[in-house]
Design a protein around this ligand. Sequence first.
Ligand code: NDP
Length: 466
Amino acid sequence: MAYDFDLFVIGAGSGGVRCARVAASHGARVGVAESSHWGGTCVNLGCVPKKLMVQASEYGADVDDSHGFGWDTQRGHHDWAALIAAKDREISRLNGIYVSMLEKAGVRLFTGHARLEDAHTLSIGPSALDPQAAPRRVTARRIVIAVGSTPFVPDIPGIEHAITSDQAFHLPQRPERVCIVGGGYIGVEFAGIFAGLGSTVDLVYRPHQPLRGFDADLRAALHEAIDLRGIRQHRGTTPTAIERRQDGSFVVTLNHGEPVETDCVFFATGRRPKIAQLGLEEVGVKTVSGGRIAVDRHSQTSVEGIYAIGDVTNRLNLTPVAIAEGHILADYLFADHVREWSFATTPKAVFFSPPVSSVGLTEEEAARQGAVDVYLSRFRPMRNTLGGSPQRTVMKLVVDQASQKVLGAHMLGDDAPEIMQGLAIAVTAGLTKQDWDRTIGIHPTSAEEFVTMRTRTRETPQTPAE
Ligand code: NDP
């Protein structure tokens, strides 16, 4: 049968765009449908605007620190509306770049909501991006679902008063008080943004430390850093209700402790695959726990010829991972050579100020495999000596005792994500502590500490999994 396309991608986010472009570069006839934002969550409601807002939030503390270096600068007023407008202009520019990149690659673009009719047919109807779009039908030999995820909020009384990250990027004004629920990536990053811009922030999270899944020493260091920024932490705590007052403020009731009075309630309690209205059930595409699309090792769903990549599969929900999944899939379908990536050593970063970044195993994970040597360093970075901030930098290496391979590197401190990207190569390559030790440092930097940590801090015996 002759199809309109060799490949049709639903969703022009990071993964979908890469998959479409690479497939087109291999000679495939490719179409893409996007219902809301060219570039997807990362460009429009995630990584990119978030990082710009983190950067905006850091100038105030920089001004304070500059006094120790002889400057007499004073903190002025921050114009929230100006920041949002500047950020939106940059996002529009990036939207245009995404569209032109796809067009230059020869990909045919469709604005509208795509829905599966059968394993090779899609209907494309109106959507937020093009409410007047005339319904169309296209056929494709293969279909890729790359629709991403959407914020999840728990069902508690008054939850309709809460915003999520989707709205946080477009608030008309900065709230004086914000109560953020969730101690994961988004909760921690936005707590830093709002605190840096002058809001009073309450951060409510269930575990004892923020960032479940990160190394315990890093989590403890982050907890201290959040305190230092003046953010009130309610740990081991869950909200049970939100009430709106006459004056427009809110009261968040917690399962223990005093209720929080605030001007904005912001839930950052995870994301869920965006699978609604795709026609998955009708076509037989299976979803599993939490509504994620189940895929095999080639990203194929339960229906032959239909694939899924990125957050909608809930594997490792990070932009570079979705991009790699899209690239691998396009290579697999349309080229002889499939580029390889090491997902096991995917580096991670949480853009608090100072940021947190990690690659490889935590001490706990490594100790499940065998005894480990731990190297831990805590010091005041040079900038803070004159600047006056009491914030310390924390660095940690987790080394397999038997082979001396560095299994994990962890850092909280200025530029941690920039530093970790380089270290991720060493961890991916499986280099040993001796390789790290024979590397000459760059002086004076914080990063040099990673190649000068000579004395083992502790030895952790093999610990069986619980
Ligand atoms: P996370 O999974 O990182 O964190 C969710 C937080 O919400 C956790 O603290 C979790 O607690 C808590 N939580 C979940 N359900 C409830 C509930 N019912 N009541 C109270 N608390 C709850 O999700 P985020 O929303 O922060 O981010 C979503 C994903 O987006 C991230 O996991 C990451 O993959 C990606 N992301 C990546 C970024 C980056 O790379 N810098 C930045 C932002 C997002 P508990 O730990 O107890 O489960």
